[in-house]
Design a protein around this ligand. Structure first.
Ligand code: NAG
Length: 355
């Protein structure tokens, strides 16, 4: 007799059985499972609680927070860009702008600001724009500490761009000068100023030639539409923007003491290195009899902070987030199950007592 060689796939049931033995999850036979309206109600309530908590947990996760830290500023090679747009109540021919910093560098290295003759009085559409900006900015300045987080979260950026152009051209001679543009400065303390007369650079400093008008014609009344450092970044408030100072005396020195704070803004998308500043204003009339000397003008005296502010957008770890989601869902599920059994027990006991 010949044997036919057949290779049958061997049944490996025995191994699977071993795995089955270590199953720790309780199994109920179908006949023992009971559905009831109380259980159903509990399931629905449990489900809603789970949904609500999950929803709030997810929205908490997505709503990233901002963390502020300080560290010494070590970016020495950086340049300080200053963005200016302001109007002085004197024709351009009579005023000059200049930057002097502690390096004593020739001021023309920093770039040139544009000058444009204009009228100090704003047209109606410009007035509305400027008033809005003024109110908004003064509100931000006052409430700054309370709404700081909100500012960053809403990625607030200045909604008010440049001043709109005039909708009505007055028919009188120009009485003001708009000075605007950007300069690239050294990252050291310095002084940007606007005084009477064009500046002339000399080997040992500079002078302003202002022989053409009398002192009494000076008027350094001004309006600041833009005054910021560095590249634009959301969340930063520029306290000088929307500032308007009407001077009643021709001989006045206006000092703005500005502390520039290097700021790194790190969001999920990119990193911006920019600057914030705080400012103090000091307006002083010149009276040589009373010992108050000086040259009338507007002086922006800036200094660099030695500390850098780092604002980083942070979010919890994804693993933590998932763990919290699971613990919420699981926790409520188990708790509602326990409560239901307890309820069921009372219900059953009552039934027994009644019968
Ligand atoms: C300077 O100009 C402003 C605006 O035109 C005016 O309100 C102010 O009285 C002037 N000040 C002086 C000292 O002339």
């Amino acid at each position: 007799m010949e044997f036919e060689k057949v290779s049958l796939p061997r049944y490996r049931g025995s191994k699977l059985n071993k795995v089955k033995k270590i199953d720790m999850f309780p199994k109920l036979e179908d006949p023992y499972k009971m559905t009831s309206s109380v259980g159903g109600t509990f399931s629905i309530i449990g489900f809603f609680i789970i949904a609500w908590l999950l929803f709030s947990e997810i929205s908490y996760y997505l709503n990233s927070k901002f963390v502020f830290t300080f560290e010494p500023d070590v970016e020495l090679q950086e340049k300080l860009k200053i963005n200016i747009d302001l109007t002085v109540a004197m024709p351009c021919g009579l005023v000059g702008t200049d930057v002097l910093d502690s390096t004593n560098q020739n001021t023309f290295k920093f770039g040139q600001l544009e000058e444009e003759d204009t009228w100090f009085e704003l047209s109606e559409n410009q007035q509305i724009h400027f008033e809005n900006k003024k109110h908004f900015n003064s509100y931000l300045r006052e409430e700054y500490h309370n709404i700081k987080d909100l500012l960053w979260k809403s990625s607030f950026s200045t909604h008010f761009g440049d001043l709109p152009s005039r909708d009505h051209i007055p028919d009188r001679p120009y009485d003001a000068c708009r000075i605007y543009g950007s300069l690239i400065l050294n990252k050291v303390a310095g002084n940007f100023h606007i005084t009477a007369g064009k500046s002339i650079s000399l080997p040992r400093g500079h002078i302003h030639i202002s022989a053409f008008i009398s002192d009494q014609e000076y008027n350094f009344t001004h309006r600041i539409n833009k005054f910021s450092f560095g590249d634009p970044s959301p969340g930063i408030v520029h306290p000088l923007e929307g500032d308007e100072l009407i001077l009643t005396s021709a001989m006045t020195v206006v000092n703005y003491f500005i502390e520039v704070v290097p700021t790194t803004v790190k969001t999920f998308l990119n990193t911006i290195s920019t600057y914030q500043y705080s400012v103090n204003e000091l307006t002083r009339p010149i009276n040589h009899d009373k010992g108050s000397h000086g040259i009338p003008g507007i002086y922006f005296k800036y200094d660099m902070s030695a500390l850098r502010v780092k604002v980083s957008q942070e979010r919890d770890h994804l693993g933590m987030f998932l763990a919290r989601l699971c613990s919420i869902a699981g926790g409520i599920y188990v708790c509602s199950g326990k409560m239901f059994t307890y309820e069921e027990l009372i219900f059953k006991t009552q039934q027994v007592q009644n019968s």
